[in-house]
Design a protein around this ligand. Sequence first.
Ligand SMILES: Cc1ncc(COP(=O)(O)O)c(C=O)c1O
Length: 417
Amino acid sequence: MLGLSPEMAGKDASNTELVALAQTRLYPNYRQAPFVLARGRGCELFDVEGRRYLDLCAGVAVCSVGHAHPALVRTIAEQAATLMHVSNWFYNDVNVRLADELCRRTGFARVLFCNSGTEANEALLKLARHHFYAQGQKDRMRIVAFDNAFHGRTLGALSMTGTPKYREGFGPLGPVTHVPYGDADAVERAMGPDVCAIIVETVQGEGGVFPPPPGFLARLRAIADTHGALVLADEIQTGVGRTGRFLGSDGTGLKPDAISLAKGLGGGFPIGAMLTTEKLAGALPGGTHGSTFGGNALASAASLAVLKILDDEDLIEGARSKGAVLAALLSDLAREIPAVCEAVRGEGLLWGVAMRPGFVAREVLPQIQEAGLLLTGAGERVLRFSPPLVVSVAELNEGVACLRGVLSSLGRVRATA
Ligand SMILES: Cc1ncc(COP(=O)(O)O)c(C=O)c1O
């Protein structure tokens, strides 16, 4: 088998063998679980030995239409056989159609494509700075962002990310002021003539699943307008239906000047996008920004297929109704196991179970995986549900029952400690 040592060639490799190989060959910047996934269908994943896991994290809010959705698989295969990539020296038909589709759904006027969330946020940052630079306001470079915000890991995106441990050792980073999420008065105090933009997640995801307090997002719009700054919404985790609305900002009173999308936009195929108003169409003129792969035909076709599946299967409405079911299940769970659970919070199909101080998500997740359920952590002590939007109520029940078993035994251990 390609890539395996001669003694493993020709036989099926076990989890143990592949994990051992991974630990010598993959760069050790991640801390993956000790099994190797090989295939998936819907909300199920199977490792190389055939063990089934219920996937209620969807590759961190990415695989919104589930694994191996037939319509997405067919589209990718057909597009790969037709046209994959031509670069941005040329238009490609599916990309133009995707741009139009995204504008139609969001009310934005322009789309710049890239390949990941971080890249989309880099584009937002460059857009904001260059918009003012082009008007002769060269000192308007500072961003106001939020504590615990996550915007990505490249140096520009990292400057806006608000978790000190991610930033440590990578400075100096660009001028960014971080203030508490939800505190509009602190935003007001942080503003000044050097601020080009406020950047906000419409629900803080990685930071610990924090929905915004009522009225907060609308207030950001008003503050930015007073100071002549832009509002940028990072919709990478919240966009494309996750909250039960197409955008997390829809209906909140926040009309951003530009947003970033990625994750669920490609349903598992890498794609990112920055969407802007027409007013900002001149901010990054020809030659100021770009990406070789951005807007390639294969990613664009995958994304168009995802959008069609969202419509055909009513998945955004489903995120609302199934999200309400998940919210009720998790609230019951938290009431039943107060020794472990402090709070539950979320929107649509993005929910977090915040554990009490002393519990660490990374230490609890292996036991949850062992029980056959895949979740991710958010912040230090939040267990995050971000299931495929195709999840069934039965699967949500199964997942929460599984979590109940693990957290109950943790609660008993703590009670006897
Ligand atoms: C809100 C938000 N912004 C940006 C990113 C970075 O996206 P990517 O990992 O695709 O670069 C993430 C990823 O978790 C995210 O949740």
